[in-house]
Design a protein around this ligand. Sequence first.
Ligand SMILES: Nc1ncnc2c1ncn2[C@@H]1O[C@H](COP(=O)(O)OP(=O)(O)OP(=O)(O)O)[C@@H](O)[C@H]1O
Length: 494
Amino acid sequence: MNSLPILKARNVHKQFADSSVLRGVHFELQAGQVHAVLGSNGAGKSVLMRIFSGILAPDHGQLLLDGKEHSFDDAGAARRAGIAMVHQELSLIPTMTVAENIFLTRWNDGWTRFVDEAAMMRAASALLARYHIELDPWQTVGALTRGQQQLLEIAKALSGKVRVLILDEPSANLTAAEVGLLYRTVKRLAAQGMAIIYITHRLRDVFEVCDQLSILRDGRIAHTLPVAATSAQAVLTLLTAQLSGASWPAVNVLADDAAPLLQLRQSDTQQAALSVRAGEIVGLSGSGASAMLEAIFGLQALHGYTLALSGKELHVRHPSEAIAHGLHLLPGDRRRAGLVLDLSVSENILLSLFDRLSSALLIDDARGQQIVTGLLRRLGLKTEDPGQQVRLLSGGHQQKVLMARALSTEGRILLLDEPGSGMDVQAQSVLWQIVRNYAAQGNAVLIASSDYAMLAALCDTCHLLADDGIGPPLAAATGQQALLRALHGTPCQP
Ligand SMILES: Nc1ncnc2c1ncn2[C@@H]1O[C@H](COP(=O)(O)OP(=O)(O)OP(=O)(O)O)[C@@H](O)[C@H]1O
């Protein structure tokens, strides 16, 4: 595949205020290629993609399409040239149908105010069939799963004449089954000749669907190589020289007879289905795992189970009650569920501490800043200015802000929903150490995730959640490999 690249970047530079993000990027993309772009949080992957898709203009450098230089005034110009991007954050309208969402932006350029609904449905059906995306055009988007919504975003991006499709972390926040659907769709698109840039932090994505990979570091593409010619270990080494081989502190389950800090009991039999003792990290995987965490936290009703904290049954009807009982939830979809984008890094971290830091309406600013600085240092969050708006941080750094907030509370039970989502491998390794330390101090952690490798490496016990409820504990005592096999062996996962 060494024909003329469909898209080429030559010496692209981009700077924001004093921060030079891209410093001479050279990049080539071929038709029919799925090209992974990797790099640590804040490396500039999204900025580069926003330049490719016309949202940002480069300070210097050229973009070439089919060998001819192009400059885009806006995203519309890039789309007309055949470049479409699916962003990390979904931009769907939940109350509208699949078809309406696909053609939403087209009403401005061609569709009149009087929409021929039947024609729109036919066009949506044809588009979905063409790309083998199994969605019902009449379905209301709010009723779709996160994975189906991700596929709909891809369908929406493909509704024009697209030759280059940019996917920014498309597998983040998807269940294992949904990730399988995504992989099949991406492979089919590439087989049809589409050129795809696939930004990800998951090595599994790279080895399942990509055929080329590039690593962005220090504002440049540091490595480009065919996926077939490398291994996961080699890529990890290229991504970071500092990975210390997953050396977490030893498991430190407190050997006492005290009741588990958190327990889910079958409502009918009162038998324990899932227990997290002080010092333990327990994983929960399968469709509905995130919803189960939300139910424990009082964000939705808990069906079929009752919650017991330190042996006492409790009906949590609201997150404020959960927090009062020492629970804290790190939500999976950081933008929608957790962060106030217009507030600063400090304000976001301290949101759950305002009660404790304020007395008689006066907020202890100095104490707050002390907490923030300490947490940011522990998490390796590179921002010189905690006063910076969270909106301007990269996705992975936003996740760290949420983690810092969770750690700032004095609760003893941490509920983590897809905690590593959007974080680079090095940041994840730091995060897992923090989680391990937190548990080792006598706290309890329950993690919902579809990342089996992480669950097997980090958890003391895992449970699979299927249609018939929470499965039996899969103990890590049998070894990580056995746990990994047990997680993969479930019939409810592909
Ligand atoms: N509009 C902006 N104004 C100021 N700084 C910005 C802006 N957009 C991005 N940045 C900065 O550029 C840097 C690169 O951000 P970018 O979102 O491209 O990172 P990334 O590689 O995609 O990271 P992640 O893996 O965490 O998503 C970050 O430090 C970010 O704060």
